[in-house]
Ligand binder design. Sequence first.
Ligand code: NAD
Length: 262
Amino acid sequence: MKTLLNRVVLVTGSTSGIGLAMARRFALAGAEVVMNGFGDPAEIDRLREEIAEASKTRVHYIPADLSKASDAQMLVKQAIAICGRIDVLVNNAGIQHVSPIQDFPDDKWDAVIAINLSSAFHTSKVALADMQTRGWGRIINVASAHGLVGSPNKSAYVAAKHGIIGLTKVTALENAKTLITCNAICPGWVDTPLVRKQIEARAAKEGISVDAATVALVGEKQPSERFVTPEHLAELALFLTTDAGGSITGSAYTMDGGWTAQ
Ligand code: NAD
């Protein structure tokens, strides 16, 4: 069903992984989609054209480095300039750095907080002002199971993801009397480049195969022992944009194979 016909959706960090699956799904639901993220320009252009062709909708790409407040704000302003408005904002871009606190590099802390948390404040600030003129909007913040529970060696990531759930609640409350909602999605392990790096690092450190490291990594946190898929997360995000999703605001939805049920 084309539930997003005549809607404009901006997905940050949509050149890869979860964000890319969401961009694809929103386009298939009829939305005009704005993509963002890093990557090879030719490959990004190929992806953009592939999504536009499959969905018969308009798909744009705006490069912005979301570690910078000015870029994050400019991204939304440019999207509004091109598309006329933003109806759905998905704050998805994220990075990881794994290290104990005493060795955690200062610049990595700053980068994880800037990209995984502060960028969502800067994009939401500009997008909300636009959504409020029409009294309708959806903001979806991609948090993590690490927004609800901690793990060793991920201080910046866990702090940022807990923080974005707080930002989600405040955004929801400030707009509760309108049809603008804000929710967080909290995935468990998803097989994307962000997690592949952790699997490869574990395989190297423990002298085991990548397959054995994958089983160990997923199994120790996620009772299902299966990855969550980007496509399933995209379906959840799409549901939050529907009319039926209109009463859900300020929530942190887990899709984590049972991780946070323990
Ligand atoms: P990914 O590495 O596949 O995608 C990350 C995206 O963010 C890419 O498009 C990348 O180019 C973009 N990005 C990174 N730094 C950027 C910057 N400075 N400016 C603009 N774009 C930038 O990773 P993913 O797993 O798809 O992660 C997407 C989101 O899901 C992240 O917020 C991540 O924390 C969250 N998440 C992932 C998992 C998982 O297991 N993969 C679990 C829970 C939450």
